[in-house]
Design a binder for this molecule. Structure first.
Ligand SMILES: *Cc1c(COP(=O)(O)O)cnc(C)c1O
Length: 397
């Protein structure tokens, strides 16, 4: 059984704050501060460029990929870190499309995160081969996986509503009609058990700054199923994905397996923080995290349903149908969230009217949920949000 008091002690959380936004940016792991300080002093400062070899910087994308691979059910040696998630979506989709040359449809859903759809739109336009991005309602995805579809590109857990797709069932359906799958695990990795291998996913991508607590700007990850790993052509053929980067060969030859999905110089400082953040998983069991998350999200929804009639719960009440967040629709959601933040409860807002709250058992427990509910009741019942300063929109919401 995971000791959640012990995992909570591994994070540096400010006093007087209930942090319900770990689904957007995980908090600072205490060890990250020390490890980054040490890395700067001993490695960058003293080793200078020899750190690439001596401190093993160049091997970090594979080494950390290995640790993340364990959290998503990947076969060893088939996950690598680098770039941003937007780039990894592009790369996975481009490689997948080349493997299904006779088909022209990329299927996604209207709950997908905009950047995933934007990257697909840009890629399909660059390809110029008449591909169509078909975006259907989340509930219509299964029925829309037909023999026209080349690639099914989905995010397992909807960033706005928290609704969760059945990854195994949809992947099986795609395989049955000869389509490939690209799964975005941005709101899954570190939040719930994932089994890319068991599901038979072809490609998976995700970020490490949300539930994996790697810090703002931490690199993304990509997984390619072993059956494809030595066959895929990386659309972004960067030098670090070359078979022999330091041969400085003018012609590109892809590296072995997942290494070919690397592009350029890895972000060593960010990976140092991420390595420290991943240590928490040595103490936590994902099944325990999932069970606790189901309890905390249900407790929050029950409190909202009982006392905040103006707020509409858009997250599924069935635990297996949601991720680790609760989303509430409220006409004055932006101002209400600013009022909550001013009163020490941090969540976030997604246009046009969604208030999001992430529940991360590694450092959030029942007392935080009850504390957040108390403040939410005050903000809603007392219309504390109805002040001009809470209605001024910042760049990041
Ligand atoms: C958070 C998130 C992103 C963010 O992409 P970046 O390139 O890291 O900014 C992309 N897709 C999904 C589904 C997300 O939840």
């Amino acid at each position: 059984m995971t000791d959640f008091a012990a995992t909570k002690a591994m994070f540096d959380l400010p006093d007087g704050v209930i942090y319900l936004d770990g689904n957007s940016l995980g908090p600072l792991p205490r060890a990250a501060r020390r490890r980054v300080d040490e890395m700067i002093a001993r490695e960058w400062g003293e080793m200078l460029i020899t750190g690439w070899n001596k401190a093993g910087w160049m091997a970090m994308p594979m080494r950390l990929g290995e640790r993340i691979g364990r959290l998503i059910g990947a076969e060893p040696g088939h996950t690598v870190l680098g770039d941003t998630l937007s780039i990894k979506v592009y790369q996975a989709l481009a490689s997948a499309l080349e493997m299904v040359p006779g088909r022209r449809v990329v299927l996604s859903d209207s709950g997908n995160f905009p950047t995933d759809l934007y990257m697909a739109q840009g890629l399909l336009e660059s390809l110029g081969r008449g591909h169509e991005l078909r975006v259907v309602a989340p509930g219509d995805v299964a029925a829309s996986i037909t023999e026209e579809v080349a690639v099914v590109m989905l995010t397992e857990v909807d960033y706005a509503t928290g609704r969760k797709h059945d990854m195994a069932a949809l992947t099986a359906r795609a395989r049955a009609v000869g389509a490939l799958t690209v799964w975005d695990l941005a709101h899954s990795a570190g939040a719930l058990p994932v089994d890319v291998s068991g599901a038979g996913a072809d490609f998976a991508v995700g970020c490490t700054y949300k539930y994996l607590n790697g810090g703002p700007g931490a690199p993304a990850f990509i997984y390619v199923a072993p059956r494809h790993a030595d066959r895929v052509r990386p659309a972004l053929s960067g030098w670090l994905g070359h078979e022999a980067p330091f041969a400085f060969d003018p012609d590109y030859r892809p590296g072995a397996g997942i290494e070919r999905m690397r592009v350029g110089t890895p972000p060593v400082l960010q990976m140092t923080a991420l390595a420290a953040a991943l240590d928490v998983w040595d103490m936590a069991d994902m099944a325990d995290v999932r069970a606790k998350s189901a309890e905390l999200t249900e407790m929050f929804m029950a409190g909202v349903a009982a006392d905040c009639r103006d707020l509409h719960i858009v997250t599924p009440r069935r635990p297996e149908a949601r991720g680790s967040q609760v989303s509430l629709r409220f006409e004055h959601g932006y101002a209400a969230m600013q009022a909550l933040i001013a009163h020490g409860v941090i969540g976030d807002f997604r246009a046009p009217d969604i208030m999001r709250f992430g529940f991360t058992p590694l450092y959030i427990g029942e007392s935080e949920v009850q504390g957040a509910l108390t403040i939410l009741r005050e903000v809603i019942a007392g219309r504390l949000w109805d002040r001009p300063e809470f209605k001024v929109r910042s760049a990041v919401t």
